[in-house]
Design a protein around this ligand. Structure first.
Ligand code: EPZ
Length: 420
């Protein structure tokens, strides 16, 4: 398992290109199960999770090939309707194959997901939505078995706004007979982009970008070429890195509209932000002001930047509060931040961060994707050298992160572990 060795104290400066959005790719790729043909997804990030999804689709007979950031998927030959545990356990997003399989083939056998370490991560909304469309669902031996001659359009309300459940049910509804009305659907950009891609494939979807979606089922869809939207979470992570190190950085290939809530909070903390087209300039000369955040669904502050914001607030000249409203127990990064000298108290879903403490380098352990990002950020401003272990978590969601950080002036080295 590789580790990153980071020398703290360097101000970040220069330009960095943001990659395509992991969570857009992980929704787009299973959509290739909806129609045979050859797909080309440009701006696809070269990530561990994209590779895992490619292996999952490959085990079903699809041919996936990533050339640079162009992903080719040949979906002309689907040979299996099963998503095996050994692949699904690596990545919760694998569960996205359920909706397309049941909608197009009337049958699916998908392992219940494993996914990230923190809290229970149920899939009840996925299953309830598909049952509303007529799927007969049974659970046995850790697998979801779904059967249905032909899905039928229906009304379904998501009790909780769920990105994955919206994606799964939306994809299924495109091939259901009749009209489906979804309310309280997720409006994250990755879902809006998926909906736009489905329309390009021939689906009939109204209300895109809103939480009320109306889908008129069609008999068949077609393979398409589609561009992956920029990764707003990667962008936010680099913006915070620039702010923490009192740097001056320019992010390219972003969609600033997907980051308005984050940009506002960064400005509130004292950053100077300029947006020009797809570029975002951030300059920070002072010690950040303490700024509270509460995570919420889009367009609020994304839960996926909570850990990174906490690292940032360690530098603030005062006390700040983080309220995590999306997940229970998404504070696995805290014990590791404490090892770097942080002062963070947790009570239920609230973290109180006492900023201004000088952090000192240490060896810390990644526990999940965004937790490892927060450890990297803290190490960038800690005195001396830090080692961040088990960065395979990081490789799931950040393309070539050490190269990008080095390009901005950070002193970072990836040390390959002799252990496999
Ligand atoms: C997506 O996960 C993202 N992953 C997550 O990003 C992100 O944190 C999350 O959305 C929230 O924005 C991908 O897109 C691949 P949810 P997802 O269903 O779809 C509850 C990252 O770091 N819920 O929107 O799994 C759930 O427990 C990853 O890139 C149910 O109760 O999240 C959670 O509390 C981590 N029942 C809330 O809804 C369900 O059936 C939001 O979950 C489904 C979800």
């Amino acid at each position: 398992m590789d580790k990153l060795v980071i020398e703290g104290g360097k101000r970040l400066h220069g330009r960095v290109t943001i990659s395509g959005a992991k969570n857009a790719s992980l929704a787009m790729m299973p959509a290739a199960l909806l129609a045979s043909g050859v797909y080309h997804f440009s701006n696809t990030p070269n990530l561990r999770d994209v590779y895992t999804m490619s292996r999952l689709l490959g085990s079903m007979g699809l041919f996936c090939e990533l050339n640079g950031n162009d992903l080719l998927i040949d979906a002309n030959n689907i040979t299996s309707l099963e998503a095996p545990y050994e692949l699904v356990k690596k990545m919760r997003a694998s569960f996205y194959v359920l909706g397309p399989l049941i909608a197009r083939f009337g049958e699916a056998r998908v392992s219940l997901p494993g996914g990230c370490a923190w809290g229970p991560r149920p899939v009840d909304l996925h299953l309830k939505g598909l049952e509303k469309l007529g799927a007969e669902i049974t659970l046995e031996a850790g697998y979801v078995h779904a059967k249905c001659q032909k899905l039928k359009g229906a009304k379904f309300h998501f009790d909780i706004s769920s990105v994955g459940a919206t994606g799964n049910v939306l994809m299924a509804a495109t091939l259901a007979k009749g009209t489906t009305l979804l309310s309280n659907a997720a409006i994250e950009p990755e879902i809006t982009s998926l909906a736009r891609m489905l329309v390009k494939m021939g689906a009939k979807i109204d209300g895109i970008g809103t939480s009320q979606l109306e889908i008129e089922g069609v008999d068949t869809l077609n393979a398409v070429d589609f561009e992956t939207i920029p990764d707003r979470i990667e962008a936010a992570t680099f913006l915070i890195a620039g702010a923490m190190t009192k740097g001056k950085i320019i992010l390219e290939n972003t969609n600033p509209y997907h980051l308005t809530s984050v940009l506002e909070k960064l400005e509130e903390s004292g950053c100077k932000i300029d947006v020009t087209g797809e570029s975002i300039l951030l300059e920070m000369e002072d010690i950040p002001k303490p700024v509270d955040i509460t995570t919420s669904i889009y367009p609020g502050i994304p839960t996926d930047i909570q850990a990174q914001w906490m690292a940032y607030m360690l530098k603030a000249d005062g006390t700040s509060k983080i309220t995590e409203n999306i997940y229970t127990d998404r504070f696995k990064h805290v014990p590791e931040l404490l090892r770097l000298g942080a002062d963070v108290q947790i009570a239920d879903n609230v973290a109180i961060i006492k900023g201004g403490k000088q952090l000192s380098g240490a060896t810390v352990m990644s526990s999940d994707l965004r937790a490892s990002a927060s450890l990297i950020l803290a190490a960038l401003v800690a005195d001396g050298s830090s080692e961040v272990l088990r960065i395979y978590h990081l490789d799931r969601g950040y393309e070539a992160i050490e190269k990008k950080l080095i390009g901005l002036g950070a002193i970072v080295k990836r040390v390959k572990s002799e252990l496999i």
